[in-house]
Design a protein around this ligand. Sequence first.
Ligand SMILES: Nc1ncnc2c1ncn2[C@@H]1O[C@H](COP(=O)(O)OP(=O)(O)OP(=O)(O)O)[C@@H](O)[C@H]1O
Length: 964
Amino acid sequence: MATRTTSAPKGTGRGSSGSKAGSSTGRGTGSTASKAARGGSSSTARTRQLPAVEHHQPWLLRVVGGAWLGVGHLVGGGVRRIGHDVSDLPAEDRRDGAALFNLALGIFIATFAWWGLTGWFPDAVYAVVNGTFGWISLLLPLMLFVCAFRLFRQPSDGRGNNRVGIGFLIMTFAGCGLAHILGGQPTVADGFDGLRKAGGMLGFLAAAPLAAIHPAVPAGLYGLLAFISLLIITATPFTAIPRRLRGAYEHLMGIDLMDQEHSGDAHDRSYLERPAPAAPKKKKRKLFGKNGESEAGLEGYVGDEAFEHAVIDDDEREPARPAPGVRRPTQAEIAVEKIKAAQGLGPAPQASPPENATEAIPLVIPGAAAPGKPGAAAPTVPSNPVAPAPPPVPIPQRTEQLSLAGDVTYTLPASDYLTPGSIPKERTEANDAVVAALTDTLTQFNVDATVTGFSRGPTVTRYEIELSPGTKVERVTALSKNISYAVASSDVRILSPIPGKSAIGIEIPNTDRETVSLGDVLRSQNARRTDHPMVMGVGKDVEGGYVVANLAKMPHLLVAGATGAGKSSFVNSMITSILMRATPDEVRMVMVDPKRVELTAYEGVPHLITPIITNPKKAAEALQWVVREMDARYDDLANYGFKHIDDFNKAVRAGKVQPPVDSKRVIRPYPYLLVIVDELADLMMVAPRDVEDSIVRITQLARAAGIHLVLATQRPSVDVVTGLIKANVPSRMAFATSSVTDSRVVLDQPGAEKLIGQGDALFLPMGASKAMRVQGAWVTESEIHKVVEHVKGQLQATYRDDVAAEAPKKQIDDDIGDDLEVLLQATELVVTTQFGSTSMLQRKLRVGFAKAGRLMDLLESRGVVGPSEGSKARDVLVKPDDLAAVLAAMKGQEAPAAADSQTAALSDNANANIAQGGYAEDLVAADLDNRKQNVEYYDGSDSAPGGHGDDEDGSEDAWSLTGR
Ligand SMILES: Nc1ncnc2c1ncn2[C@@H]1O[C@H](COP(=O)(O)OP(=O)(O)OP(=O)(O)O)[C@@H](O)[C@H]1O
């Protein structure tokens, strides 16, 4: 009390606040902690008082204190470097003074208890210590060393340190009692020597009164107490004892290693060490390997994969908390089961054999009482232990992909270009304070619910609340404003329930956010689980797990958020991920950056197919080029009978795709094509119809062609992200939006408006029902520069000049050339028969296959027929009645008056064709030229190449695009 009176701010006239503080402290740890959580004035006042206290310290004390701390920091620095390095602990979190004290005391006691140092001073202290604790004093240095080690390395884990300290105290007490019984129950009358050889004075006082009843009473009681203290120190709940014992046994016997070999780790190791391919049976099954191809070779197709999803799963992540009475098997148990199964001794392991135990590891919070259960301690369980930052193991180099087409050797960037991030904190005092504040709030409002744990992510911590039976969920959700008030944060988000758990989640921003480095995400087990070139590091989720996703499976992504929310940083992480993992032969990119600044760093990387496009008009044209590229790829897929480009590529690599006889075409695997638009709004302003049409066309079909769109915008309004675009872009990444309306546009649900910006995002990959909160991966400018310099040093960019070039406006006649006559005949034939078949043109007009295909393309571009539909005949869009008008328009004559409407309809058709799959009139020439530039023209014999001569749409066979 005296301290509080002196430390209250002087002369501020706030005597009442001082006394209020006094009373609140009197309520115990919980309320003090809740005040800390509320931060603001109380904590500020407290920090302000400190210098005043220090000022009044005598100088000698300050010098000695400073020296002590100096030595503490020195020793602490060394201890923190041992094993798993935690040397970058923030200075304000350290407790080196207290740790050094424990260490010094331990050494001091050890000098005489262990090493028998004599002298008047050690003898005197020995007499005191040994007289008090008996031979248990031998163990004291050990306990003090453990405490010192924890305080040096985990000073912020206050509750954990207290737990260990309390455990040791109980253990000492119980040990002395036991030692007294085992030492023959000496009495004081027998002399102190007898007491010293037993449990000392403490043991005598603890055990003698009970021994009067029967010696078995203190023996049993203190034996039990010693056992309990062991559980407290090791944070082992009763229910987990068998599991821990088995775990320890298996660890000692080396069974855990076998377990790893049998499970995911083996895959990772094999990844690094590249064992001979002859031992796949023990490997975890990996369905899709490089370029999404099946490891099983050509037998597997992309379409074999059920429940496809974009996020690379974290097998090691704790699954949902098991229902009461059901326990998940441990890794070790699974290993044992597997071994038994392999030996024919038992069935293969089940995913979750029911057993009567739970997994929770309660950590007791002193003073934090569970609501509705007065006096009961609320256990706090980090529901999902935070994954430590992955050790800086280099991202494995994929040697098999290092040679590019044309015998170019390509080395992927070294993983140390991306620096490791800060070590994640598992739990800080702020977390404990929030737990106390939440508990207080629930108690105040008489809600029968308990804060059962929390998981700390980089940006927010999710606290879990479990309701007592009969308590309504609404009773907690209705408290959202009170909770915000109690924790002094307006960004509280309530999840009811946490997906996969019977618990309510309350997400509260961390006062000490952590940066998620892209390097760490790409080095994580999840990222190393696959070497698919389209995998990107997304960030870290609320449970501290690394989120890694495959862009090819999204298959298109909308990134939206207010300015400064972190979109561009996300796009940077995405591009850098690709540059780190993929060669230009595997992934090519088209970057559209109307803002002109965001993506300039990537100019010149060999993955680009065209220089970065900054002009919105050209960007719209580039999208149309993508449509054409997609169509060309589809033609190949249709001609060679594949449904997905991965399967086609696989067949090409296996030499199973041969170009048509007489063709000079060299068929190469198609790279994935990633089209990144950094500001969609700018494009939509210039050419909304064209852009929307192209996007819709690409998004509807491009997945199988290996073409993927990423559309970013800071204006997620309905005029930018139109209904059509939304319907076709299934994956969403929402950064903080300025309104709930914007959140609904992006995610179809509210939530993004509650995000706290700077990389805090809700990720909704295709197929997921609930958005996942992630802190986006962060990559610095200098890291980007290093990576870009490296890849530019490997290979020069070779741009295609037709992507964003002005589409040449050719005259119709030029386009048709000498073929006008035959085109007119073809038109007549198709319109009168209402049958859009290339083979028919070939037969009736007696033209070669290639020419029939070209005529069909011209008819499509002029809106006479619809787009190719594989082997089916094309739709005929012109009625026989309108034939005259169409023919006149083709000849360049004025359309007959009666046919005016048809001419208009014709041009409408042509426009509509853009959306439906055809090309606008003025793009046709570019398209054809484009194909000619990149293809070997199959100068057709009458039979279709590649054995597809009977296809109705055989024209498509005549044009073969050379894979780049
Ligand atoms: N993942 C992240 N981790 C840490 N900080 C981030 C992250 N993402 C963004 N930031 C911080 O937020 C700032 C703004 O981010 P960014 O430029 O990506 O926003 P934006 O949404 O692209 O904004 P604009 O639309 O105005 O370009 C960055 O400079 C950085 O300081």
